[in-house]
Ligand binder design. Structure first.
Ligand code: FES
Length: 211
């Protein structure tokens, strides 16, 4: 089966695609964006106040209780507060942050696209994982792995700019326009003591299908 057929028969606009070198290029692009974070590993002020847990006590994936930290910008490495995520604003890129150590868990697989929708716009599939309208998805496009960085004019969908796939943030990341064929994984959030907190694990596979 050709790649084009695997991706729902939609033609892609990128030069060199869909051969393997194109795929590697896209994945490299996503990695490069992740590497834009101005720190390899960020330890916030909390690290000086709380003892680090023993090695191996947690995975490097997001876990319930984690907070979120800005990936880029003047607040890079700082905690994302609910008020930082505004309706109609471009998606915020973030990583999970261990609340015990302040360590930001930087990896391509942990990059999140976070947006806020009007609660009334959320379908039950997204509402159950939302915190006051704030929803978080794996940023890895399920087509070729580019980061999801753009808000659709509908303000309820998010867009991958590599080849134009659109995902419905109001409906658990469902694909509304290809070439991607698989929804984005959603990371459940809640608000606890005024903080934006992860409340579960990713609810599906990350990134492009491997077969
Ligand atoms: Fe192709 Fe996202 S990587 S649409």
């Amino acid at each position: 089966m050709s790649d084009t057929k695997e991706q729902g028969g939609r033609a892609c606009a990128c030069a060199g695609h869909p051969d393997d070198s194109g795929r590697r290029s896209m994945l490299s692009g996503a990695l490069a964006l992740a590497a834009l974070a101005p720190m390899a590993v960020v330890s916030l002020g909390a690290s000086a106040q709380a003892p680090a847990p023993a090695a191996g006590t947690r995975s490097q994936k997001p876990e319930p209780g984690d907070k979120l930290a800005f990936m880029i910008g003047p607040k890079a490495g700082k905690e994302v507060k609910p008020a930082d995520v505004e309706i109609g604003k471009p998606p915020l890129l973030a990583y999970p942050m261990d609340p015990a150590t302040g360590k930001v868990l930087i990896s391509k697989a942990n990059l999140l696209t976070v947006v806020r929708l009007k609660p009334a716009d959320l379908k039950p599939t997204s509402a159950r994982n939302a915190a006051d309208g704030i929803v978080a998805f794996s940023s890895l496009c399920t087509h070729y792995g580019c980061p999801i960085t753009t808000l659709h004019p509908s303000q309820t969908q998010i867009v991958c700019n590599c080849h134009g796939s659109v995902f419905d943030a109001a409906n658990r990341g469902a694909v509304t326009q290809g070439p991607a064929t698989r929804r984005l994984a959603m990371l459940p959030l809640t608000i606890k003591d005024g903080a934006l907190v992860v409340s579960g694990k990713f609810d599906g596979p990350l990134g492009p299908p491997t077969t």
